[in-house]
Write a protein of this length. Structure first.
Length: 83
């Protein structure tokens, strides 16, 4: 099982690379769309990279629930239990 502390640094790296934002600036409360200007195509890239990095599956129907970085961290840490 991955803890949220395990997931956040890796997710920061992924989001920073895809969104073109410094990882040091990315906080759990940030909205992917409003704060980080992530569009739907970039969100798919983030999810695909996260699935690979953390060995989890994130179904397309769950994407709308991942509004903030923190939402994704919690989701990935929970998904790692069932993976």
């Amino acid at each position: 099982m991955l803890s949220q502390q395990d997931v956040l640094p890796g997710l920061r790296e992924i989001v920073a690379e895809i969104a073109g934002v410094s990882g040091e600036l990315i906080e759990p409360g940030m909205s992917f769309t409003e704060d980080l200007a992530v569009d739907s195509l970039s969100m798919v890239e983030i999810v695909t990279s996260a699935e690979t990095r953390f060995s989890v599956s994130i179904p397309d129907e769950d994407l709308p629930s991942l509004e903030t970085v923190g939402d994704a961290v919690v989701y990935i840490s929970r998904a790692s239990v069932t993976a």
